[in-house]
Design a protein around this ligand. Structure first.
Ligand code: SF4
Ligand code: SF4
Length: 124
C-alpha cells in the first residue's frame, strides 16, 4: 500500500515519459531520414532510376510529360532514390512528414524551357 502511494506521488511530480506532440517536437539529428523532400525538377533527366530502385513503388516518372511524382504514403523513407539519382537532384528532409487528413501524391512537372516552346525559333 505504501509503495503504491509513493509511486502515485512520484508519477505526479515527475515529467511525462512521452512528448506532447505536435506541440513539443523532437529535434532531428544529422543525416536522419525524415521524409523525401522532393526533386529539383529542372535538373531531373527523367531517367527513371529512382522509380525502378524504389522498394515500395512510391515514385512514378514520365519522360513524355516530364513529370515526377511521389506517393508519400507508400514511401518507407529508405533513402535509396536519393542515393541512386545520377543527377543528385532528389533530396531527403530531416523532418518527418506531418500528419495528414487525406492521402495525396506530390507531383512535379518540368516547364518547357524558352527554346523548347517554339521549335525552330533561334534566339538572338
Ligand atoms: S525513400 Fe525509399 S521508399 Fe521512399 S521514395 Fe525513395 S526509394 Fe522509395
Ligand atoms: S533518378 Fe534522378 S534524374 Fe533520374 S528520374 Fe529520378 S530524380 Fe530524375
Amino acid at each position: 500500500m505504501f509503495d503504491m502511494i509513493s509511486n502515485i506521488f512520484k508519477n505526479l511530480s515527475s515529467k511525462p515519459a512521452t512528448r506532447k506532440y505536435p506541440f513539443e517536437k523532437r529535434e532531428t539529428f544529422k543525416d536522419s531520414r525524415g521524409s523525401v523532400k522532393g526533386v529539383d525538377i529542372d535538373t531531373c533527366i527523367f531517367c527513371g532510376i529512382c522509380a525502378r530502385k524504389c522498394p515500395s513503388d512510391a515514385i512514378a516518372v514520365d519522360r513524355n510529360s516530364k513529370s515526377w511524382e511521389i506517393d508519400p504514403f507508400k514511401c518507407v523513407v529508405c533513402g535509396v532514390c536519393a542515393e541512386v539519382c545520377p543527377k543528385k537532384c532528389l533530396f531527403m528532409d530531416e523532418q518527418y512528414s506531418a500528419s495528414a487528413y487525406s492521402k495525396g501524391k506530390n507531383k512535379f512537372v518540368q516547364q518547357p524551357k524558352p527554346a523548347e516552346e517554339e521549335p525552330g525559333k533561334v534566339s538572338a
